[in-house]
Design a protein around this ligand. Structure first.
Ligand code: A2P
Ligand code: MG
Ligand code: MG
Ligand code: MG
Length: 352
């Protein structure tokens, strides 16, 4: 008898591993005009588009009936007539095809449309990106993809993650994250780096190499307050650093926060770095997206930790493309999590 979601896990690992090779190689070659600004003022690069094209192409071939909720869409790319738009389309086609046609590697199956000779046309690849336009919702199977989470970190040469999760009836069942720049040891930032993380509900969490070898099970250690350090965003606009400071003081945490872009924070947490991830909104109005938390939330719970919003409510992945009214994120070891929720309440009460 095979384990639940074993095929989905194999496909997702293969897709994320290929996307990570693409994003790592594109970083060194990015040139002017390969990064554009979206309507919400956030950046998107040829790396984000090509990685979404690669992952969606593989998913569509392996699971043709599964909808995908992906961050990027190709409408501007398809309609653009400028020289920049034409260059972007050409680059995305080259990069995605390079990744899709690379030799079969560990776990790959040629039937997924991979390997030499499996080139796609520009139109096919842009349509694959747009397979990510699903609206989400409470029932059925769906994948959610952030092809580059933490694009600002990616552009700085710092942390980012390729994040893919399978949601069934609002519940995350499988999560895979590739972190090409994450140091194996955070205290040695110039040492070896790059890992892929995977979790399946009820089957635990593990860390592997970027070529999917050497699986290591992950278990969140119990860290006393004296050893805790909050994992938080680099970008001050994405989560409130000052609020975290106040929660930290309330809890008696003395270690400085560890700032890191993207869902790499969940990966660091799951393997025992930091001990807690706190993300409180900087203002009203921003709704967290499901692709920004689905894979990370399962990784943390399968490593023995807990995750809720800032008020202690469960994250709701069945409301559409966003987490709806969930307010902030708290992820930590099971012993520390309730203490953080209590400290947040205390800080909020002091404010009024
Ligand atoms: N105002 C905001 N508040 C919270 N998160 C945001 C905000 N704007 C963008 N984000 C998202 O936060 C995530 C990165 O988080 P972090 O700063 O912790 O790395 C990205 O997915 C980013 O979206 P985007 O992918 O569009 O850049
Ligand atoms: Mg992204
Ligand atoms: Mg993101
Ligand atoms: Mg983005």
């Amino acid at each position: 008898m095979s384990l639940a979601f074993s095929l989905e896990r194999q496909v997702a690992l293969s897709a994320v591993a290929r996307a990570c090779r693409l994003t790592s190689s594109v970083f060194n070659k990015l040139v002017k005009n390969e990064t554009v600004t979206k309507d919400d003022k956030s950046p998107v690069t040829v790396g984000d588009y090509s990685a979404q094209a690669v992952v969606n192409t593989i998913l569509s071939r392996a699971f043709p009936d599964d909808p995908i909720v992906g961050e990027e869409d190709a409408s501007d790319l398809k309609s653009g007539t400028s020289e920049t738009a034409q260059t972007l389309r050409k680059r995305i086609t080259e990069l995605a095809n390079e990744a899709l046609t690379a030799d079969l590697a560990y776990g790959d199956v040629a039937d997924w449309g991979l390997g030499p000779g499996q080139e796609r046309t520009t139109e096919e690849l842009l349509n694959a990106i747009d397979r990510g336009n699903h609206a989400g919702g409470p029932t059925g199977r769906m994948w959610t993809l952030d092809p580059i989470d933490g694009t600002k970190g990616f552009l700085r040469g710092e942390q980012y993650a390729v994040c893919l999760a399978l949601i069934v009836n609002s519940r995350v069942e499988l999560g895979v994250m590739g972190c090409p720049n994450l140091p194996h040891d955070l205290s040695k930032p110039d040492g070896p780096r790059g890992s892929i993380f995977v979790a399946v509900r009820g089957q635990g969490a593990e860390q592997r190499t970027l070529t999917l070898g050497d699986p290591k099970p992950l278990q969140l250690p119990h860290l006393p307050i004296s050893e805790l350090s909050f994992l938080e965003s680099v970008e001050a606009a994405h989560s409130s650093h000052s609020f975290n400071d106040r929660v930290s003081s309330t809890l008696g945490i003395t270690k400085p926060p560890t700032r890191m872009d993207s869902q790499a924070k969940y990966c660091a947490l799951a393997r025992g770095d930091g001990g807690a991830y706190l993300r409180m909104p900087t203002g009203v109005g921003y709704k967290e997206k499901i692709w920004d938390h689905a894979s990370g939330s399962l990784l943390v719970t399968e490593a023995g930790g807990m995750i809720t919003d800032g008020r202690g409510a469960p994250l709701d992945f069945g409301l559409g493309r966003t987490l709806g009214e969930n307010f902030g994120i708290v992820a930590a070891g099971a012993e520390v999590h309730p203490l953080i929720i209590a400290a947040i309440k205390q800080v909020n009460e002091q404010k009024v």
